[in-house]
Design a protein. Structure first.
Length: 379
């Protein structure tokens, strides 16, 4: 049996062969389907990866090591990869942060945290097994380290938002061990802290890393019962750990309350240019569930109309109406659901800001209608 990374035909040659066959009426996807019978990872146009191993990180998070084919390109730490799984005959796509696996070509790891009512996250945690083949896409995203590394970087993570930070830290330790890094990681407890032991080990073995684990639920979505005795992300905390924090390139990823706190602190310090944000969990829509706003979406060849309430995203409203708008991550990361807002107003859940037409670009997976809307689909 062939090894997962075996390539029977060099990719440039396979691409040329596919091009010739396309002139004879063989579609690119049919070509991929045919050669995947020999090796599922041997493809030109659609990418796949085989699950090599799975490891439980916490009671609600699992890491998967994936072996991709040689068509999968290199990625930068902090980027995301779209993962596609088929559930009840429908393919669903979500974004996860890959981490390099040293010593293995085209191999990477992702960590999947269960989300409440999360279709894909729960399916992967419950059903995905070693040997399964899943669809993937090339890495994307700009939440990455600068080409020219600074003397010090600051990483702030909450919950599963640790995954891009872990990719960055692993990269720095392997390739730039003299680089200084500070990681502040908020989690409910050590038991809920993904990579808890790995981070402890990394901090003990890497003198350039200042690792600050903080047990707190104050920066996570709660039922409102959180008390102010819980540690928060504050200017005092930052100054204690890193006196010049406002001048240090900072990468923050986590739930909406943590992101909001970081956004406010860096704005107050007039240092937003030094802050990069990536949201893994968004604030829940808080509008009136009884409100009904008409939404009209115009595409290149079609037009659809549906209603959206004040407590659901436009994407969810379209799906409830039986209209599947183009989307990817459902987290506001991949921008594949972007539409042009021709008229009306929406709230962007990733920033909390109101966006008014006309001509503004919005992501329907993280936008809530505040009035009747006219949208132009870009996909």
């Amino acid at each position: 049996m062939f090894e997962p990374s075996t390539t029977l035909l060099p990719m440039p040659a396979a691409a040329r062969l596919s091009g010739w066959l396309e002139h004879l009426g063989v579609s690119p996807l049919a070509f991929d389907d045919t050669i995947s019978l020999i090796n599922p990872l041997l493809s030109v146009h659609s990418l796949r990866a085989r699950i090599v191993s799975r490891t439980s990180e916490t009671g609600s998070a699992t890491s998967f090591v994936l072996q991709a084919g040689s068509s999968f390109k290199a990625f930068q730490p902090g980027q995301f990869v779209m993962i596609g799984v088929t559930i009840k005959g429908v393919r669903h796509r979500r974004a996860y942060s890959p981490r390099a696996v040293e010593g293995h070509s085209h191999r990477f790891a992702i960590t999947v945290q269960r989300q409440p009512s999360g279709l894909v996250s729960n399916h992967l945690n419950d059903m995905a097994r070693r040997g399964d083949v899943i669809h993937i896409e090339q890495a994307q995203g700009i939440f990455t380290l600068p080409a020219r590394l600074p003397d010090h970087i600051l990483l702030i993570a909450g919950g599963s938002g640790i995954t891009p930070s872990m990719a960055m830290l692993s990269h720095l330790r392997r390739h730039f061990p003299k680089s200084k890094a500070t990681l502040i990681y908020f989690a409910r407890s050590r038991e809920d802290r993904i990579f808890a032991q790995s981070l402890d080990d990394m901090a003990a073995a890497w003198p350039s890393l200042q690792y600050v684990p903080i047990d707190s639920i104050a920066n996570t979505p709660t039922d409102g019962s959180t008390t102010q005795t819980q540690p928060l992300l504050t200017a005092d905390l930052l100054a204690k750990l890193l006196p010049n924090w406002a001048d240090v390139p900072t990468y923050c990823c986590g739930p909406a309350p943590l992101m909001d706190a970081a956004r406010m602190l860096w704005a107050q310090a007039d240092a937003t240019a030094h802050l990069s944000l990536e949201a893994f969990a968004l604030a829940a829509p808080s509008g009136d569930p009884q409100a009904r706003h008409a939404v009209r979406v115009t595409g290149t060849t079609s037009q659809h109309t549906f209603e959206a309430s004040g407590n659901q995203t436009i994407l969810l409203a379209s799906e409830a109406a039986g209209m599947g708008m183009t989307h990817g991550c459902r987290q506001g990361i991949c921008h594949q659901c972007t539409c042009t807002l021709r008229s009306g107003s929406v709230q962007d859940l990733s920033s909390g800001k109101r966006i008014d037409g006309e001509g503004q670009a919005i992501r329907v997976c993280v936008s809530v209608a505040m009035s009747a809307l006219e949208l132009d689909s870009l996909n």
